[in-house]
Design a protein around this ligand. Structure first.
Ligand code: DGT
Ligand code: CA
Ligand code: CA
Ligand code: ZN
Length: 590
């Protein structure tokens, strides 16, 4: 009677409702309720269909009665009345307007209504002929700002990858950190939280007032800066040559911890922090922590002292929450009780698993890759060239495999004799064929130390077929790691349609790891499935999928994402010694 839904698809519908509501002038609280519900579902560790069948959606924190009804209606009829009615009210093109900075939903609605237009092209026309500037409450300045913003939007993507953000953030950070007067400096925002894509880069400095104008001068005249978007007393924004916005805020040293906390976000995390402050008779904002007066308002004369973020958390009865976890996805429950999770750190990584050599599409020989790993202090290399079906990537036939094994045996012998504490594991990145089987006969597969199973072709099969395929791959006794499970390419291509909660649980049951592919274009498995992974005890492996020597160092991005996914060191395969990894490879637990 109910149609099966996915958590992500319901979340997307709720998000659409919240956007459409904003564009039709609905009250803020309703908008927030839908947004919050969408966010809850995205992070939900259980299949939403179970809740629908038991009509128990309201048991989920963040889903109220009326939104629950909307979801039941969707499951019963395939459409959500509230969404349909807003879709009728709001023209499709208008949704894109929400992405224009400098044009809020209220003004968007006003322009649409009064000028009868709904596409960006029409908006540009009306900006050019002065109609928008003529509307009450808008004016020439706003119109120019909106126009500029549209031009940028057209020229550059809204977001960039973590590695691209790092490249920009680090040069600007370096140019500022040793300037006179800089007492503390930190890159905050989504970058500090290690999100896989970054909107703008937020830099925060603690300095006394006399240094502020000099610091802004250094910032806005940086060689990477192509445009100054705004320059005020405490904040300045610029655009870099890559089209990326960078905000610099300068605060007084005593405000720094509160400002850092605020501008690290996420917005959702901040909302909960502020509520916790209120519940304790205080008010938390970007300037600090203050007592509430008798009317329940912030009393700026009664500051509560603190000297670090950790201090502020403590005042809110919380242990320090690592920035990566500040997403309001269960971190409050954890850090209320627990001082810390033993989250994996970059230094914990002892070996490199998932790397390609010139045997398939890698750029370096096995020896070169192994030596690069040794130079970096790693203790093993899990070599995984492509399998035969991946012909476009030089996948290995059986003869080539045997040749590679000989070469690896010889290198391992050499390393041992030289007293290097280093071993190469013979692996393969086997294609998962359309029916879920792996790419070689069992006899060959059994000859490897381990198999990573990955999909490289037909990523767009229907969900049920794709799931069957993945289930088979996980259950295959040779599969020890599932590679880049969705195949997504960030900001370029969505991954396969999968119920990842189910796959996480299944992989955990079959004692098979799901990798966090550390290539910053992938970062797949997504950290949002970390709660399910933690609950089921899933093992991961932080794999660079290196095709070059430099690619090995992508591990750092994987570590950020693993931390975000709440993976403790113990659940990360390549934090183990070579012997322990060997045991894991050999024991599927059947
Ligand atoms: P992004 O830039 O889209 O990748 O994401 P964020 O998280 O860096 O967001 P951004 O740059 O708009 O703001 C930086 C932080 O400042 C954000 O994580 C939390 C805080 N913040 C900004 N605006 C608000 C707000 O309206 N309410 C609250 N509670 N916090 C805010
Ligand atoms: Ca930001
Ligand atoms: Ca910002
Ligand atoms: Zn692959």
């Amino acid at each position: 009677m109910y149609m099966p839904l996915t958590n992500q698809e319901v979340a997307a519908k709720l998000r659409e409702v919240s956007k459409l509501m904003q564009l039709s002038g609905q009250n803020r609280f309703k908008v927030i309720a839908f947004d919050k519900a969408a966010q809850t579902l995205e992070g939900l560790g259980e299949d939403i269909n179970n809740y629908i069948e038991e009509r128990s959606l309201t048991d989920i924190k963040g889903i109220g009665k009326s939104i629950a009804e909307d979801i039941y209606a969707l499951a019963e009829t395939g459409s959500m009345p509230v969404l349909e009615s807003f879709r009728e009210k709001v023209p499709e093109g208008l949704i894109e307007w929400l992405d224009i900075s400098g044009l809020g939903p209220k003004n968007a609605y006003k322009i649409h209504k009064e000028l009868g237009i709904s596409t960006i092209a029409e908006l540009k026309e009306k900006l050019e002929d002065g109609s928008v500037a003529g509307l009450s409450g808008l004016g020439k300045k706003s119109a120019e700002k909106i126009m500029k913003s549209i031009e940028w939007k057209e020229k550059f993507d809204e977001r960039c990858r973590l590695d691209q953000a790092k490249e920009i953030a680090s040069v600007i950070y370096e140019s500022l950190k040793d300037q006179e007067g800089v007492q503390q400096i930190e890159v905050a925002g989504s970058y500090r939280r290690g999100l896989e894509t970054i909107g703008d880069i937020d830099i925060l400095i603690a300095a006394e007032e006399e240094h502020i104008s000099h610091l802004f001068e250094v910032f806005t005249t940086h060689e990477r800066v192509t445009e100054i978007l705004g320059k005020g007393d405490t904040k300045s924004s610029v655009r870099t040559a890559e089209g990326r916005q960078v905000d610099l805020r300068i605060v007084s040293p005593d405000e720094f911890p509160a400002a850092l906390m605020y501008f690290t976000g996420s917005k959702e995390h901040n909302v909960v922090l502020r509520q916790r402050a209120r519940d304790r008779g205080m008010s938390l904002n970007e300037y600090g922590l203050f007592k509430l007066n008798n009317d329940g308002d912030t009393d700026f004369d009664q500051a509560v002292a603190f000297s670090s973020e950790e201090d502020i958390y403590e005042k809110l009865d919380l242990h320090f929450v690592p920035p990566e976890l500040r997403e309001d996805r269960g971190e409050f429950e954890i850090y209320e009780k627990q001082e810390e999770l033993s989250l994996v750190e970059a230094d914990d990584i002892r070996g490199v698993i998932h790397a390609h050599s010139t045997y398939s599409d890698g750029k370096y020989s096995i020896r070169e890759m192994a030596e690069a790993c040794m130079e970096r202090g790693y203790e093993y290399l899990g070599l995984t060239d492509h399998s035969k079906t991946a012909a476009y990537a030089g996948g290995l036939n059986v003869d080539e495999i045997k040749q590679q094994w000989e070469e690896v045996d010889a290198l391992n012998k050499e390393f041992e004799e030289a007293g290097n504490n280093f071993v190469i594991f013979k692996g393969i990145e086997s294609d998962i064929l359309a029916d879920g089987s792996l790419d070689y006969e069992d006899e060959i597969l059994a000859g490897f130390d381990f198999v990573i199973a990955s999909v490289h072709q037909s990523l767009e099969m229907p969900r049920n077929k794709m799931m069957e395929r993945m289930r088979n791959a996980i259950k295959n006794p040779h599969t020890r790691i599932l590679g880049h499970p969705t195949g997504r390419l960030l900001l370029r291509r969505d991954g396969s349609d999968l119920d990842l909660n189910e796959l996480v649980a299944l992989a955990a049951e079959y004692n098979t790891a799901i990798e966090i592919n550390a290539n910053p274009r992938r970062l797949d498995l997504d950290w949002r499935f970390g709660n399910k992974a933690k609950e089921t005890g899933l093992m991961t492996s932080i794999n660079p999928d290196a095709h070059t020597i430099a690619g090995i160092d992508d591990i750092e991005y994987g570590v950020r994402i693993a931390r975000k996914g709440k993976y403790e060191k113990e659940r990360v395969l390549n934090t183990m010694s070579a012997d322990e990894v060997k045991d894991f490879f050999e024991d599927k637990g059947e």
